[in-house]
Design a protein around this ligand. Sequence first.
Ligand code: NAP
Length: 297
Amino acid sequence: MTAQLIDGKLIAQNIRAQVAAEVAQRTAAGKSKPGLATVLVGDRVDSAAYVASKQKACQELGMESFHHHLPADVSQAELEKLVQALNNDPKVSGILVQLPLPAHLNEERVLELVSIEKDVDGLSPINIGRLAQKGREPLFVPCTPSGCIYLLDQVGVEIEGANAVVLGRSNIVGMPMALLLVSRNATVTICHSRTQDLPNIVHRADILIAAIGRMEMVRGDWIKPGAAVIDVGMNEKPDATKKKGYRLVGDVNFDEAKELADWITPVPGGVGPMTIAMLMKSTLRAAQIQQGELSNE
Ligand code: NAP
């Protein structure tokens, strides 16, 4: 194995410890605890599990969590009324609407409604718009892509001037990831399902971010020797030796890629733990902005 592992689990634990220490300091000084409101619509098992781990993280870090579970057939008006109420609630520092929403709901309108000062997921059009514009700063950036940047920074991978290839252009991962890399002065290529000759494009990447949801699709011989590989994918691979009947694997064939890359994230234990750690960091930041300790410009 030539690649060094990027230990997302450990790096995320360090972030969580820092956030917990700051929260404890704030509460000891008589300030209110940062609070995260989670909104889950319907009964998707994966979404419920993600929300539960976000609530658990809040408890572990000494923050408040306020959970709202709405039925799958909730009306747009009712959901919007809840988001407005959370915007107006001073105990709520951050609002996270778990995506995807059921098809009858207008996701864009809901995200538009979240106050930018409470948009800890960084998905409101204003925060994303600011991220896309040169010289503007969003108040929050989406948690998974910001976690990827944090990992690269932690291990000292040079982003400025690097050729970065992002596989995937979703609103929550691929596109904000590409924008963040551009803002850090990387030269970025965004690939998607219609991209021609993916292996050759990937082979030019000093930094490769894979976020396509296709099990182990990126093969070892696509990887440029010395590259940093960040694998966002989480795919369930059948495995009879596991209690659940599957194990998690990424979008990159890890065993092959680790022979070529200099740095690589494992799945699990790479990007996954970073998403929640960055959300907790953002929730603390939201509380600081709302209490006037940080600028809301
Ligand atoms: P998504 O919304 O399904 O988007 C997938 C993207 O990949 C799309 O842009 C799609 O292209 C592109 N794509 C699909 N097949 C492709 C192919 N064969 N070649 C090239 N591009 C292809 O997925 P997502 O929400 O961004 O998530 C991506 C992966 O990351 C999933 O495995 C998900 O579970 C994982 N994830 C992990 C975390 C975490 O915390 N670790 C967080 C979020 C997501 P088109 O745009 O052309 O359709």
